[in-house]
Design a protein around this ligand. Structure first.
Ligand code: BDR
Ligand code: CA
Length: 313
């Protein structure tokens, strides 16, 4: 397996995705943070706190605090004011690295490209850091083995707007740059993620069976927060695999049961469709082919997720 860099905006399901990786023996080489669900500072603090709870020593490099153009948005309505649904924090966590996240990506991926090695990327927030890195050093694409993204829509039904999913809507220009680069890419799109869920009763049973460790209590809090938010938006309280679906695709690629290949571009014009991913199986958009996940084995997803909640570092 290639070394992995995780790029994240530090929300509730980002924390769950990170814990899934760690619990399954995948310790990222480094984590780069980005604005998104919350501010860059809050996202970074959240990730450092998760690493502390998980007793994992991973350098965290802060990336971009704003999109390439336009205003900063967030999703505190979903992830809570602090981005982690006010989950209990460790008393003390490490500080972020002083190294800039984009500079880290440029230097590390350039070195991989030069030496003919590959690093995988898992991106579960806005794509700003990688887009900037690609602008500064286009050859870094040769150093990326596989890029896995949670973002975009496959059927044009978004969560942040009727047409656009949050991670792409937060920085559409960045997403367009990333999709135009020739990088082997797998996408977990919004509608596909939200079609893969762990039922509310199963979440209850999982929480009931958890040990009383600070990490397990933290995980239970995240699950209960997600349910509360689901109910507050008229949802069914089931736990939908969003960032955790992308993480699962990295941990166990075999759990992906069907994919489609598309060329993909991003609508950039202001208006109703801004941030929408346009996909075309016949390649007419002229962008490199991207693999979109269609279905995943829900029993394996639930098993990986449950194991990470039970995990004792
Ligand atoms: C995406 O946006 C964030 O709220 C989630 O963490 C996920 O990355 C879903 O649109
Ligand atoms: Ca995220």
């Amino acid at each position: 397996r290639n070394p992995l860099i995780l790029d994240t905006d530090g929300g509730v399901d980002d924390a769950q995705a990170l814990l899934m990786l760690l619990a399954h023996g995948i310790t990222p080489l480094a984590i780069t943070t980005v604005f998104g669900n919350v501010s860059l500072e809050a996202a970074t603090r959240n990730i450092l706190d998760v690493l502390s709870l998980a007793k994992a020593d991973v350098p965290v490099h802060m990336g971009q605090s704003r999109p390439l153009t336009g205003a900063v948005i967030d999703a505190r309505n979903i992830h809570g004011e602090d981005g982690l649904g006010s989950a209990p924090r460790p008393v003390k966590a490490a500080d972020p690295s002083e190294r800039d996240g984009v500079e880290f990506l440029v230097t590390t991926l350039s070195a991989a490209a030069r030496t003919g090695t590959k690093i995988d990327l898992l991106m579960i927030g806005p794509l700003t850091n990688l887009a900037l890195a690609l602008r500064m050093a286009p050859m870094i694409s040769d150093g990326i083995g596989q890029l896995t993204i949670m973002g975009g829509t496959l059927f044009g039904r978004g969560n942040t707007t009727p047409a656009a999913e949050f991670n792409i809507y937060a920085d559409p220009e960045a997403a367009a740059i990333v999709f135009a680069a020739d990088i082997p890419t797998v996408v977990a799109a919004w509608e596909v993620c939200s079609a893969h869920a762990m039922e509310s009763d199963a979440i209850d049973a999982l929480i009931e069976a958890l040990p009383g460790t600070p990490l397990a209590e933290f995980s239970a809090h995240l699950m209960l927060h997600a349910r509360k938010v689901s109910f507050s938006y008229g949802g069914d309280g089931h736990f939908r695999f969003v960032d955790p679906l992308a993480a699962a695709a990295v941990i166990e690629p075999g759990l992906i049961t069907a994919v489609q290949t598309h060329s993909v571009d991003v609508a950039l014009a202001p208006g109703l469709t801004r941030g929408m991913t346009l996909v075309d199986p016949s390649g007419r958009l002229g962008t490199p082919p991207v693999t979109f996940i269609e279905t995943a084995d829900i029993d394996r997803l639930c098993a990986l997720f449950a194991a990470s909640a039970h995990w004792t570092p």
